[in-house]
Design a protein around this ligand. Structure first.
Ligand SMILES: Cc1ncc(COP(=O)(O)O)c(C=O)c1O
Length: 477
């Protein structure tokens, strides 16, 4: 196994010229002095030379020494068409020349109006209202507030708790942490979060052993067991549940764990039967990731509330939206003194630059038939995973839904035995991949591949091959 000094050498770039190198070193020094990086252990951050990204070119990120890296994780799951798409950049520049920011509090603007109209047209039928915010977490936060307040204003104030899936992830504001509460990350936060009832999702109810065994039958069997668990929880809760919240079709941060469309449909049916709302968090799955524009389409259902972010703006600027049905929206209408207003919002919610970017993204998706690229790219990815990842000695079951891939870096895949946490094998694999010109980012021991939706086959090959080699290097010895 490599020492941290060797790992540091792995990631430090070849100096182009002394001046360039000196500038990078200064930036890294300053970074280490002033920055606090998200989801990053500082002691680890200080142990190797970080990349300072300076620009991008299509599917590549370019660092301050001029080295190019394939963006195989879509800059945290949000990039759709690669970086710097000319049509999107032109739309952004045009909007910058008009107005980059104005508020949605008491005012409106054309990009916000047009984007809302477009989102309503694109999403399943009963969703008719768009509430803007600026991240996946805030989209979920708004959804929680809407669901909670809806019941208070429709005569069922006892409906004040939520059901969410074990290992579900919905963001990092406290409401979204409450529904996504994760034992290792959030233990200790109980006093400032609320308790949602956790129900096991399909992958925890029955084995789903990678895409070779991710056939319809085993997914459906797991889904059935998970629906029984949900039915039991809803029955036990009586009429106290405000909403069930799920990531439909794929639980992303849990490790890219798929569900069958039948499961998603079953969740909708159970919510209806128990008279509660369904929130679908499509922050990761939305905008083509799973093969359809929205994951719920594959189940043929519509939620009462839908959360969108990430791919909405093609991964260029922060924009998020929470969509709701007219029935929910109506419950918030009344005289001011009734205080039925949704007293909620963010300064940059519905930012005009972001909305114009999102509109351009959606136009490009249509013009370039991005969903067709997902269908082709998914097939290519599947073959590449068979070629480079499945044969690895230390890779666990490979899960794939559209352009979302996850598999575990394991000591003994046959038994599921993990490497000791402090060996940080997946993290080492990330550094090894970087040395091979590919950027990936794991979720603990789970390796994630999440390329932009139209990454060409030769670049997909480069990304998957480098990832396989990187895992081999990080797990041998
Ligand atoms: C399903 C889901 N919901 C919410 C979020 C939070 O989004 P953000 O990081 O934009 O707050 C994420 C982020 O990965 C996500 O995957």
């Amino acid at each position: 196994m490599k020492t941290s000094q060797q790992l540091s050498q792995l990631t430090s770039s070849e100096p182009r010229d002394p001046e360039t190198r000196q500038r990078t070193e200064q930036l890294v020094d300053t970074d280490r002095r002033v920055l606090w990086h998200p989801f990053t252990q500082t002691s680890e951050w200080l142990s190797y030379d970080p990349l300072v990204i300076e620009s991008a070119d299509g599917f590549h990120l370019i660092d301050s020494d001029g080295n190019r890296y394939l963006d195989a994780v879509s800059s945290i799951w949000c990039n759709v068409h690669g970086h710097g798409h000319p049509k999107i950049v032109a739309a952004m520049k045009e909007q910058l020349d008009r107005v980059s920011h104005s508020t949605m509090l008491g005012l409106s603007h054309e990009p916000g109006i047009r984007l809302a109209e477009k989102l309503i047209e694109m999403t399943p039928a009963p969703l008719t209202r768009v509430f803007y915010s600026d991240s996946g977490s805030t989209a979920v936060e708004a959804a929680i507030r809407m669901a909670f307040q809806y019941w208070r204003q429709t005569g069922e104030p006892q409906r004040k708790t939520f059901i969410s899936l074990t290992d579900g992830y919905h963001g990092d504001t406290l409401g979204s942490v409450s529904v996504g509460f994760s034992e290792p990350f959030h233990t200790g936060y109980e006093p400032i979060t609320f308790r949602a009832t956790k129900v096991d999702p399909p992958f925890l109810c029955a084995p789903i052993n990678g895409f070779r065994k991710c056939d319809e039958e085993s997914l459906n069997a797991a889904g059935e067991a998970a629906l029984e668990a949900l039915a039991r929880a809803l029955t036990a809760a009586g009429d106290t549940i405000a909403a069930v919240i799920i990531e439909p079709l794929v639980q992303g941060a849990a490790g890219i764990w798929p569900q069958s469309p039948t499961y998603v449909r079953g969740v909708r049916e159970l919510c209806d039967r128990h008279g509660t709302l369904l929130i679908c968090d499509e922050v990761a799955t939305g905008f083509g990731r799973t093969g359809t524009m929205f994951a719920v389409e594959q189940a043929g259902i519509s939620p009462d509330i839908m959360c969108l972010a990430k791919g909405l703006s093609a991964g260029y600027v922060p924009v998020a939206a929470t969509l709701a049905t007219e029935r929910i929206f109506d419950a918030f209408t009344g005289d001011y003194s009734e205080y039925k207003t949704l007293f909620h919002g963010h300064t940059y919610g519905g930012n005009p630059l972001g909305c114009a970017t999102a509109l351009a993204n959606l136009e490009v998706m249509e013009e370039e038939r991005t969903l067709d690229s997902v269908a082709e790219g998914s097939e290519t990815l599947r073959d590449l995973l068979e070629e480079y990842i499945v044969p690895l000695n230390h890779a666990g079951p490979v899960r794939q839904v559209g352009m979302m891939v996850g598999f575990d870096v394991l000591d003994i895949p046959a038994t599921g035995a993990r490497f000791p946490a402090d060996e940080r094998r997946a993290h080492r694999a990330v550094l090894e991949a970087r040395a091979r010109g590919v950027i990936i980012r794991p979720l603990a021991d789970t390796m994630v591949l999440m390329p932009p939706l139209n990454m060409p086959p030769e670049l997909l090959r480069e990304a998957v091959k480098a990832t396989g080699e990187a895992i081999d290097a990080a797990t041998s010895g």
